[in-house]
Structures are given as C-alpha cells and as structure tokens.
Ligand binder design. Structure first.
Ligand code: EPU
Length: 432
C-alpha cells in the first residue's frame, strides 16, 4: 500500500486550482441514467470514487467514455436495474443509483451499504422516501429490492435525528422527477451539491421548484433528455487547502473556489484570526491575519451549518491555535477516528461525548499514522505539514477517493509531500 511522506515546516504559498466536487459528481453520474440519451459531465474530479461510479454504470450497461481528464460522456440507452455487489460495496455513495433506477426502470436492486468508520449510516430515510412515492421495498439477502411500478407523486418528509439526508434527498428527487403527479419534499437537504444536481436535472427537462430551500416541489415528467453539465467546484477541497495555508502560516490563492458555499467555515476561520476573503465569485485568498490563531468553536450541522466533512481538518488546525478549542459533531457523532492519530503526533485532545476538546499550541512532531477515512487522511496530512520532522500517513487510498492530485497540488504550493509505493518504503519503516 502506498504511503505519504510529509516533511513539515514550509509555509504554503502560491495558487491552487480546486477540482470539481466529488459529492456533486457522484449523484450526477447516477442522474445520467434517468434519460436514454447521452449526457456529458465536465469538470469531473480525478478520483477513485468517480472511477468506481463509472465502472458501476458500465456494469449496468451504459457506455461510459472518458473524453479527457475531466470530461466524461455517458450513453445509458440500455441499462439493467441490478447493481453488482463487488463494486457497490467499495463505495457507499452508490446508494444514489436507487432513485434514478427506480425513476427510469421502475425497479432497482442495490446491495445494502454497510456501516462505515464514520458512523452507522442507515438508509431508512431513502427507503421512506421511495415508499412515500408508492414503491414497495424488500431487503433480501442483503440486497435492497425496489418495485416502483406504481410510482406516483406524493408528499415526503425527509427530516431525521441528525437533520436531513443529502443522498436520501438526491434519491427522492431523482425518483420523483419521473413519477407522475406532484411531489413535495419537506425537510429536504439544501447542500450546494443538491442545488447543482437540480440544475443538471432541470437541463434534462425536470420540473423542480424551490431549489436551495428545505421544500422542493417536483412535477413529474414522462421522459428526460440528455444534457451537458459542468460539475460545481469542491467546497470541501477548497476549505482543506484554506486550512493548509493557515496551519503552515502561509498564504495561498484558491482558484475555482466559491466563498458563497463556505459561509460558516469562513466565519469560523475569521473568528480565529485567519485572513480569508473572496477575491471574486470564483476565487479566494487565505493567510494568517494574527500572529497567533485563536481557539475554534465548531458545531457541525447540515448546510448552511459547519460541514462535518471539515471537522477533522479543523481539529488539526485547532492543535496550533492558542487556548481550548471545542469541536462538536452533530451529523456523525462518532466521526473522531483522526483524534488518536493526531495524539500520536503530540496533539492534546480529550473526548467529551461527541465533542473533541483540543488544548492548543501543542508541539506537533512527525510520526507514522494511519488514515481511517477520507477526511481523517486530510487532517493527518495537514498536521504533518505543520509538524516538526517526518510524518508517514498510511492507507492513503482513503485520500484518493476524494482529493484530486492532493500531493501534486501541495507540492506546487511548496509543501514537502511525496507518495511512496510500498516497494520503496525503508526497511526501518514499520506498518502497524
Ligand atoms: N441518516 C439517517 N438515515 C438515513 C440517511 C442518513 O439517519 O436514511 C443520518 C446519517 O446517519 C447521518 C445524517 O443522517 O447522521 C446525515 O447523513 P446523510 O445521509 O446526509 O449523508 P450521506 O448522504 O450519506 C453525504 C456525503 C458525505 C457527508 C454527508 C453529510 C456524499 C456522497 N456523501 O453523505 O460525505 O459527510 O453527506 O454532509 O455526498 C465525505 O465526502 O467525506 C462524506 C462522508
């Protein structure tokens, strides 16, 4: 397995181009299945999750062609309704195929995704949404089998204990756009990735009102056409680089980064003394305002609240801030796998229920650490950039799922980061 070796120290400087959003691209690949016509997606990030999704669409029968690094063409004229377990089990997000398959084919069979390291991740709300639309659902031998022959518009309430559900909302929307009659989705998620998906669906001929709000009204149509759509920039990637600039006391420009998608993050950063500003609707600058970072107080919440996908990276930053920072998880209460690894690097963190309490200004020192999920990997790399000495991050396949060319972009900003294949690891290096 490949490992990242990071030498901490240099402040990051320069300009970085933010790629297309993973969490927009994945449901948008799925959305292409809603029409028998060909669709083209542009600004697609180069990620292993995107590769998995492309493979699943091919297995379903779609002709999937990568035109260049960021452009994919998908012809889904003849597709089957059964997604293969071997591919689906590699990526939880493949559950977002449920809505399009039920919408277009009126049936779907998708292996039930398991839990994952960031929490339980149930799909009860996805199932509730499809049942509200008239589908019948059985779980047989670990496969979710949906019969949508009687699909029709209806009222769906999508709120759950931790707020709404992002992928559940995409499934509800994608089934409803082809269900006869009017569907009203209440407590729908309103993440920018959902807005981007709705924009794409509207180009395909869907009738959706209320985009960006918690109440969506959808008038089902009998068929949709193909479209060309440019995936929105990745707000989580942009914010991760912003933290990289702050934690290394550098200054960077983020191209293709939309401040309008990062309101709560920008607010927290500014309060802790990070200089972060929009230079235009598509460009941001980040650096340190104060000589010292102030403590951070973060509560993760559904959009427009602080994103759970930035909690781990912010924890790394909190290690450098003065005073006590508190980071509370309200979306995935057990998403703290990065904490013990950061502590191996010298961080002083105590857990209190679903909060991490970080005593800042601890001296971070490089160490071999283990990535447990995508955002935890990013957090460890950020800590490594600010640590004294060498940090070795193992299991970086998690990182490749969601960060396009991470080491190359960091290198271009002056970070000392290299990807080392297992065969080249020094003998003294111990995996655990
Ligand atoms: N939930 C339920 N029942 C459901 C669905 C969700 O109780 O049927 C709960 C979850 O357990 C969680 C909360 O609702 O506590 C929110 O989960 P949600 O369904 O919104 O998450 P998701 O759609 O599975 C997406 C992103 C995640 C991101 C979350 C929250 C994609 C492909 N994934 O997941 O991204 O953390 O929304 O914003 O869009 C990541 O990129 O690292 C990542 C994990």
């Amino acid at each position: 397995m490949e490992v990242f070796r990071i030498c901490g120290g240099p402040p990051l400087k320069g300009t970085v181009n933010i790629s297309g959003s993973k969490n927009a691209a994945l449901p948008e690949f799925a959305a292409t299945l809603l029409s028998p016509e060909t669709s083209t997606l542009k600004n697609v990030p180069d990620l292993s999750d995107v590769q998995f999704m492309a493979e699943i669409l091919s297995e379903l029968g779609a002709q999937v062609e990568r035109i260049d690094r960021t452009t994919w063409k998908i012809n889904p004229r003849n597709i089957a309704h059964r997604a293969p377990y071997e591919l689906v089990r590699k990526m939880r997000a493949s559950i977002c195929l449920l809505g399009p398959l039920v919408g277009r084919l009126r049936m779907a069979e998708i292996p039930m995704p398991g839990g994952c390291v960031i929490g339980q991740r149930p799909i009860d709300l996805h199932i509730k949404a499809l049942e509200c639309l008239g589908a019948t659902i059985e779980l047989e031998k670990g496969i979710v089998k949906v019969n949508g022959q009687n699909l029709k518009g209806s009222k769906i309430f999508l709120g759950g204990r931790h707020g709404s559900t992002v992928t559940g909302t995409t499934n509800a929307i994608m089934a409803a756009v082809l269900a006869p009659g009017i569907t009203k989705i209440e407590s729908s998620a309103c993440e920018p990735e959902i807005i981007d998906l709705c924009k794409m669906l509207i180009k395909m001929g869907a009738k959706i009102n209320g985009t960006g709000s918690h109440i969506l009204e959808i008038e089902g149509v009998s068929k949709l056409n193909g479209c060309t759509h440019e995936v929105m920039p990745d707000r989580i990637e942009a914010a991760t680089y912003a933290i990289a600039a702050a934690i290394t006391e550098g200054e960077i420009i983020l191209n293709n980064a939309r401040a309008e998608h990062l309101g709560s993050f920008i607010n927290v950063m500014q309060e802790s003394g990070v200089m972060i500003e929009a230079l235009s609707s598509n460009q941001m600058r980040v650096g340190l305002n104060e000589s010292e970072l102030n403590s951070l107080e973060i509560i993760t919440l559904p959009y427009p609240g602080f994103p759970t996908d930035l909690q781990a990276q912010s924890c790394a930053l909190a290690c450098k801030a003065k005073g006590i920072s508190i980071l509370t998880e309200r979306v995935y209460p057990s998403r703290f796998m990065h904490v013990p690894e950061l502590m191996r690097m010298g961080a002083d963190i105590a857990m209190e229920g679903s909060s991490s309490v970080v005593k800042g200004k601890s001296k971070l020192t490089g160490a071999p650490v283990m990535a447990s999920d995508l955002r935890a990997s990013a957090a460890l790399i950020l800590a490594g950039l600010a640590a004294e000495g060498e940090t070795w991050v193992q299991r970086i396949y998690h990182l490749d799922r969601g960060y396009d060319a991470f080491e190359k972009k960091l290198q271009a900003l002056g970070g000392i980061v290299e990807r080392i294949p297992e065969s080249k690891l020094p003998k003294s290096f111990s995996t655990f």
